[in-house]
Design a binder for this molecule. Sequence first.
Ligand code: SF4
Length: 678
Amino acid sequence: MRTTCPYCGVGCQVEPRLKEGRIVEVRGAEIPPNHGALCVKGRFGLDFPFSGKRLLYPMVRERKGAPLRRATWEEALDFAARRLLEVLGRRGPEALAVFPSAKTTNEEVYLAQKLARALLGTNHVDHCSRLCHSSSTAALSRSLGGASMTNPLEDIWKTDLFLVVGSNTTETHPVIGAMIKKRVRQGAQMIVVDPRYTGMAEASTLWLRVRPGTDLFLLNAMARFILEEGLWDRAYVEARTEGFAEWRASLEAYTLEEAERITGVEKEKIALAARLYATTERAGTYWAMGLTQHTKGTATVQALVNLALLTGKVGKEGAGLNPLRGQNNVQGAGDMGALPDVLPGYWKVADQEARRRFEALWATPLNPDPGLRMTEVYEAIPEVEAIYLIGEDPVTSEPHQDHLKAKLERLPFLIVQDILENETTPFADVVLPAASFLEEDGTFTNTDRRVQRVRKILDPPGEARPDWWITRELGKRLAQALGRPWSLHPGPEAIWEEIRQAVPEMVGGITYRRLEGEGVRWPCPQEDHPGEAVLFRQRFNTPSGKARFIPVHFTPPAETPSEEYPLVLSTGRVLYHWHGGTLSRNSRLQEAYPELKVEVNPKDAGRLGIHDGEIIQVVSRRGRIRARAWVTDRTPEGVVYAPFHFAEAPANRLTLDALDPTSRIPEYKVAAVRLEKL
Ligand code: SF4
């Protein structure tokens, strides 16, 4: 049976073959988006549902300090509902937060945010996009009026030049990385902007090795050079954009000479990249966390958006602005309203007309005030008294781990709903065991807006239940106590039908029947609509229909190297593992990549007397971890790179919780550290 890979946003279609209830082989289905291809995670990483760390029955902690004890579903759900209602009654909706998961289905995200808004009355609703692409969402929304990839993955075959910024695509979105590299072998050019010598840098035709945290300066300098040389698309700018004059004036300081000094990239290379990008009609831009996870993440994405508008790259085939989404359903989680300021379909909670639509559908008044973002909610503990956390492990994924742990210790009530035990489970007051992607039906939406089916192949183990069922049952108890309406959907398809009603302009034309074949891309308003491939061909989704240039300026990272901490730590992922490691490290992938390896440049290693394979300590102002040194010139001199998958050596013990002022994304890519020999 065919289903969707639960790891990254590519959304590969997989065909697991089972024998005696175990996966013995996984094949890639011969349909889009992967056409038979899979990476190592899809092929060998799907056996985590059989892990001994599965949560098999509900558990409750009667009071702080008491142990978690096994409970029935009735007991656990009654207890959870009672505690949430107690906080609601005493402190009001602002003391409650709900975090749906980008690893659960669209139907489950929709239901969880509906529970928050329609029953608890809180807009403190958010998901892990806060930690990855919230900067992209902020910049794209305010400039274009929409926050997703503008172009489909098929456009890779029509692209003549790729501008890849801060994306180690080969390891983080491997099937897309392979597509791009194949297109480069066919003759397309590729400019890669990255401090590390990644697989994409290796395959590039031009590699710009920027200093971490300086991309914005480079992008503004490229724009200034394009203007100076008269290479910009005057007709496009005049017809389709606004704010050009003010933005142009803001670029005065961004000379090539100054860009070389700040970014470390030779000015001739910056000029060449600018010239190539401006003069190639079908030039597509792809980016990921290297660009977004900074205290100036929104501004940096904005600089990329400005550059694309200047050269007329948005709304055209083979071009566009394409943020590569991380989790399997992170696009869907945003679409379904798992954000503090928007309802499903990106309708703003502060917009009365938008609220009316959902108030009519859900038959209840809604809170008009945008909620706190995920990073702000954790800071607001203990004023925020209760969190319903679904499919997340913040202890591993949030920055400044010790600070986060101290906050969670002060949180009066935490519900953890997950499939596997993780680093956050010990902080829970209620543990609700959820079904995995193999054990339930539903839909995921991949990085290029393609809605695809998730199909049940196995029964969940023990007493685990699908997330939609758990949220429905918790909602039933809340609704009864509050005297509010709450639909008891019999299954995921019925929830999807409500979503079609809620946001018809987005997914009204997508039915489960249509999804029996290939997935369908939104927007798809009618059943005979094929789904929109390229966005913004005619107009942007802004009030004027025009895209906006917005001036942005370079500021240094929040923490820079010092005598005591002379190196820059950058964190990220590796091919074999996935984010907090909850899934991949409970699969066969763990054997292939069992421990943390920290990349150290040979010059730094030589200075410090560190040998390849030696166990060292990485120390920041916030803590220290032990790791094996990998001496390699993949990482530049002065920079160490650590993946964050390893709970026993958590890179996020070292990172800092400085936030972007707009998106509130943390600065994961630049922290000052030193290395110590044991
Ligand atoms: Fe799964 Fe992503 Fe690998 Fe495809 S590229 S198999 S979706 S992890």
